[in-house]
Write a protein that binds this ligand. Structure first.
Ligand code: NAG
Ligand code: NAG
Ligand code: NAG
Ligand code: NAG
Ligand code: NAG
Ligand code: NAG
Ligand code: NAG
Ligand code: NAG
Ligand code: NAG
Length: 495
């Protein structure tokens, strides 16, 4: 196989030599540098036609193809297939040169796969436009973020993917598919990289608007059941809100993980006030500055809700999952999750040589402690693999979801500890998944198997049919997807 691979590489090198690009082994890392893969090569097409040529060349060779953005994920969803893991070559693709952008009637915008939020949002702003909602950080590639189910908060706000009205997608043979509401849009909006190479999207933008952001600190009950009743109550009061806390903090003298039930909640309201644009001065859900304090700020919507890369102060290892479930389950699920996290505190003992972090908590960063919990809200949708899909909800459910995001933060990067975090993160679905109808975020730590996936995504098998049509030779899938979705026809490649 080695010999065959080399001759394929040689053939490919001569092809790319004609095009003036190069192919060389390429190691990829995700953003916190704990997930990595080693591809045979890296290809950056100048435009869609060059990408089509590349894909057509590689289809008969069955090369693994993985487009990457900025690697802003916590799990194995976005990794490439390692060189040597199968008998095929494996390429990472960057669509960064696909940078066209056209604005049409009715504020719809069509743009290429190369746009990252950090460039897209200011460009739209210059044209008097914005997107309807964003996550808390403006760091991802737009298509990567949207099609993995990224969301912000708001009981009337849906995830980014619902803003997409159409797409251009290349299948594994290099054929272009135009996807729109009459053609499988609900399957493709959350495509998780497995339905083809998305070269362009059209989304519904909107005129600029302004928000007032209010941040408040309250002392929650020490009784965790009561605390989560309070959290559910606060959540029900505001349309668009993040609730930061409770936290678990390592106390080095008692050698215990202790709950800190102080909550910082942040809510947003529409405003006409344009006299100050000072939210991005100190965005407090992102580890920078003393954020657990009362304050207000005003800003243009995008800067009021999402931080640009310079405002993000923590990029080290962490364990993180985010679980979505019907909002009706918040008080009970929140209590069970937090009590479980507390009960596992002893497993962290051998990793705690550091000083009492509780003492430092109020000094620099908001999240300078061991475990933080953030609660947010998302309105449900009909996208087949959306974690907030409304298929199979109770008939009396509101269709609004709450999310719990758990982050285990180490004092320094240590793989042994990171693996413990993975173990901890993997234990919540088996314990609570079925009880609370929990659906994990695709691009955070996520471990569930095919059986569970088909329960939370009733359209999984229809989605897999499209996956097979678009990718008959398993070029777009990786072991994570094969396991999570039970893509049996691709399994043997990896044995
Ligand atoms: C795509 O890029 C290649 C390489 O720069 C160029 O030769 C070709 O004309 C471009 N095609 C289109 C349609 O722009
Ligand atoms: C990612 O894959 C590696 C290699 O299989 C595995 O060790 C690790 O636990 C996985 N990480 C997550 C978060 O699933
Ligand atoms: C224009 O956009 C709005 C959403 O902003 C949508 O509801 C409406 O259907 C669109 N109208 C046309 C003619 O496309
Ligand atoms: C904790 O709060 C719950 C809900 O308010 C209440 O039913 C329970 O009695 C409280 N437990 C204690 C020990 O006070
Ligand atoms: C840490 O534990 C010690 C000993 O049990 C206790 O006296 C102290 O109050 C705890 N510190 C905090 C901040 O809870
Ligand atoms: C932002 O500006 C408003 C209005 O001047 C002011 O009341 C508020 O304190 C400022 N907030 C911050 C975080 O600077
Ligand atoms: C990581 O943590 C483990 C467990 O405490 C320890 O044995 C190991 O030496 C640490 N590794 C590094 C590189 O600090
Ligand atoms: C929905 O119906 C179930 C079963 O009848 C009931 O237990 C639950 O309280 C109801 N939920 C709401 C939000 O009304
Ligand atoms: C799949 O996951 C579910 C839920 O965690 C678990 O109960 C079941 O045993 C798993 N099945 C297999 C085959 O691993």
């Amino acid at each position: 196989m080695r010999g065959l691979k080399s001759s394929l590489s040689a053939a490919f090198l001569s092809l790319v030599a004609l095009n003036g690009s190069g192919a060389q082994a390429y190691r990829w890392f995700n953003w916190q540098v704990d997930i990595t893969c080693d591809a045979t090569g890296f290809f950056v097409p100048a435009n869609e036609s060059e990408l089509i040529e590349f894909v057509q060349y590689h289809h008969p060779l069955k090369t693994h193809l993985r487009p990457v953005g900025n690697g802003h994920g916590f799990g194995n969803l976005t990794t490439c297939v390692n060189d040597g893991q199968t008998d095929r070559e494996s390429y990472i693709l960057s669509l960064t040169n696909l940078k066209h952008l056209d604005i049409h009637d009715n504020n719809t915008v069509t743009f290429g796969g190369g746009w990252d939020l950090v460039d897209l949002i200011p460009t739209l702003h210059d044209k008097g436009l914005q997107v309807h909602n964003l996550g808390s950080e403006m760091v991802q590639n737009y298509i990567g973020a949207a099609t993995t189910g990224t969301h912000g908060t708001g009981k009337e706000n849906q995830n980014l993917a619902t803003q997409i009205l159409g797409m251009r997608v290349l299948d594994a043979k290099g054929n272009v598919h135009v996807i729109d509401k009459d053609n499988n849009l609900d399957a493709f909006r959350v495509a998780i990289g497995a339905l083809g190479l998305i070269t362009e999207v059209t989304l519904q933008a909107e005129p600029l608007s302004y928000l007032k952001r209010t941040s408040k600190v309250v002392e929650g009950s020490k009784n965790i059941t009561k605390l989560y009743e309070e959290i559910a109550e606060i959540g029900s009061k505001y349309e668009q809100i993040n609730i930061n806390g409770p936290n678990l903090v390592w106390n080095s003298s008692s050698q215990k993980l202790e709950p800190s039930t102080s909550l910082t909640f942040v809510y947003w309201e529409e405003t006409d006030y344009k006299g100050a644009t000072n939210c991005s001065v100190n965005f407090c859900s992102n580890d920078c500055g003393p954020c657990n304090r009362d304050y207000i700020c005003y800003d243009y919507k995008m800067n009021g809700i999402a931080t640009t890369p310079p405002g993000i102060c923590y990029r080290g290892f962490m364990g993180q999952f985010e679980h979505f479930f019907p909002i009706e389950n918040l008080a009970e699920a929140g209590t069970d999750y937090f009590n479980y996290a507390i009960s596992q505190g002893d497993r962290l003992i051998s990793y705690q040589e550091i000083n009492d972090v509780m003492a430092e908590q109020n000094m620099a960063r908001y999240e300078s402690d061991d475990v933080t919990v953030i609660t947010r809200f998302v309105k449900g949708d009909d996208t087949w693999l959306s974690p907030v899909n409304k298929y199979n909800l109770q008939p009396n459910a509101s269709g609004i979801f709450a999310t719990l995001e758990y982050s285990w933060m180490p004092s320094y990067n240590n793989y042994t500890l990171q693996w413990l975090y993975q173990d901890l993160a993997s234990e919540f679905i088996p314990k609570f998944g079925e009880t609370y109808d929990v659906r994990p975020h695709w691009n955070k730590m996520q471990f569930h198997n095919e059986t569970y996936t088909s329960t939370i995504f009733p359209k999984m098998n229809d989605w897999l049919d499209i996956q097979e049509e678009m990718d008959p030779n398993c070029q777009f899938v990786n072991p994570f997807m094969i396991n999570a979705l039970g893509i049996d026809r691709c399994q043997s490649l990896f044995q």
